[in-house]
Ligand binder design. Sequence first.
Ligand code: PMP
Length: 284
Amino acid sequence: MMKNSMVFFNGDYLKKEDVRISPEDRGFLFGDGVYEVIKTYNGKMFEFEAHLSRLKNSLNGLEIQFEQFIELESICRNLLNKNELSDQDAAIYIEITRGVAKRSHCFPEEPVTPTVYMMANPCPSTRKEQEKGVKILFKPDIRWARCDIKSVALVPNVLATQQAKQKNAVETVFIRDGAVTEGASSNFFALLDNVLYTYPQSHYILSGITRKVVLELCPKIGIKVKEYPVLESHLDKADEMMIVSTINEIMPVIQYDDKKVGNATPGPVARKLQQALREKLSML
Ligand code: PMP
């Protein structure tokens, strides 16, 4: 790990170990906050505007009043520079909580200033896993019904990811009412009869930026894609599966639970999408 990582906290750049977060911060007490993770490639931010727009949606969803969006981009750049991350791949984390107030479930009576914490860390490549393909688990979706809000209250996702790890899988993908929604930290796609399906944008999934990019790339490279739920009962008919996210990019799934997907190697649609994404990234 980097020594003396420099982070941004409520207007100041500090060493990470010098940050002091109040025990009355509503992020700490209630998980009352939102976050974003933005990938940077050699110092260039990928889909920054889309992340900003999703951050605004998340803040609106929690009715957190935050106005300083205009400053976020330069803070991101400063964090990359201060941590010498401009010539490698990195991930920028932004968290905004409702702020500090005496503990009460209701919003604070007097307006409080939101807490803003941002950090930038090196982001190791997932290229090897992307080449080989990964294993996932399917589990019931035990999350709340506003998964479109990127809330820091992530305990169901934490439990699900730990369950995956214990079974040598990289991700747990959730099933709600018999349909596959999304992963604990990724969106899910499956290829059935040459059509790539993913759960429609709704309150039950996070509107993933990588998902959006895949939906944009598909028609350009001749892949039929539909925002339509994949049923649990159809999973054994899928020729390919993928999980996609900022960190994973396009990750082919070659095994779920104890079953193989296709012939247990990444399929041609996943390969085509990986290639198209890499071309897009090379133009950043
Ligand atoms: N769904 C969930 C629940 C996530 O946490 C993530 C990761 N942010 C995603 C989907 C993928 O979103 P993105 O492509 O924007 O990283």
